[in-house]
Design a binder for this molecule. Sequence first.
Ligand code: UDP
Length: 407
Amino acid sequence: MVNIDDYRKITGDETVDGLLIIAGKLEGRMIQHINSTAVGGGVAEILTRMVPLLKQLNVNTRWDVIKGDEKFFAITKAFHNALHGVREEFRKDDFEYFLEVNRTNAEEISFDGDMVFVHDPQPVALIEKKISSGSRWAWRCHIDFTNPQEDVIRFLENYINMYDSSVFSAPAFARKLSIPQILISPSIDPLSDKNKELSDEIISNIAEKFGLDRSRPIVSQISRFDYLKDPLGVIEVYRKVKKYNDCQLVLAGGGATDDPEGMKVLNEVYASANGDPDIHVIFLPPSSDIEINVLQRISNVVLQKSLKEGFGLTVAEALWKEKPVIAGAVGGIPLQIKHQYSGILSYTIDGTAFYLKQLLNEPVFAKELGINGKNHIKNNFLITRHIRDYLLLFLSLLDKDMKFLNE
Ligand code: UDP
């Protein structure tokens, strides 16, 4: 069980004292988060850590997860892809079914929050339930909105515009909306099982369990098996590099309950790996936080070759561990990586392969990127900063005296 005071040694007293002061102003208020999965993916990752910490700060908080069947999550995954610019076809019936499931959930969830925080498109239409009770609703978008498919965004905007406020992860995602838009980037928790320091013994045992040889370079990508994370592109990168540099590739990840595409992508990855003993495709069950922590720590280089990305928590996680990261220059990733300073931004398979060779051959440069990366994450993307931003948003929406912030 983490204690809010444990963060003092990482962030300093000022940060934690500041949180306690702001949280005190929310006394008697209830904050309600709603999303579409309890496990898998970045949103669940953040809420799992943030909800107990908010409670520790005495902020009355609850977290509800909407329910949906296979058809609903197939539609919302297609929405997700379309919002990321992948062409998808929808029938009128798809939009109607989406609304039907949202309305069924709206009947089952009790909306007790003074502040209702709805995450991502899946539950966006719950806003229909907003009543004139004085509760405030914010829509929190975690996805890359730079090039969304028109019909989907137009449909969703009908609902987004009914909220009191919207929150995006990066300036590039801002849209023309009739409601205020606020920039709050996501964060990682330095004290979670996924990010905390580990003993050499744990690290060695888990590396051995996965059959990884620590005397040879390890390159990894940890992600849900999703086309937009480009695991097949990562295998191509590895093959190009392997001609010149000995290395092992780790592609590790699991699924998310709201992502039905995972198995299909995983099978394509297995096929493409084609039995290469140096390609370790590891399907991770939920609660593999220590395993992910170890895989990131034993990597010489971490890749995140995303084609689209909301923020890319995996990048922050690897940088926090002082790893040199090569990542796609998409979505929220450039907020985390300044090219050739706190990591490497890449655009293509050839570019990624070029830099991977360089980092494997130049460990001093690679180490420098990792050190700068960790500092950047420490200064900007830890959960304490994220909680402060959320609390200030809650206050600005709930407190009439701070009305200027809503205008
Ligand atoms: N993750 C996990 N298990 C997996 C794959 C990913 O716990 O099998 C975690 C990963 O460590 C990160 C989050 O899920 O904390 C993924 O967030 P990110 O923003 O990188 O991508 P998303 O999945 O939300 O697109």
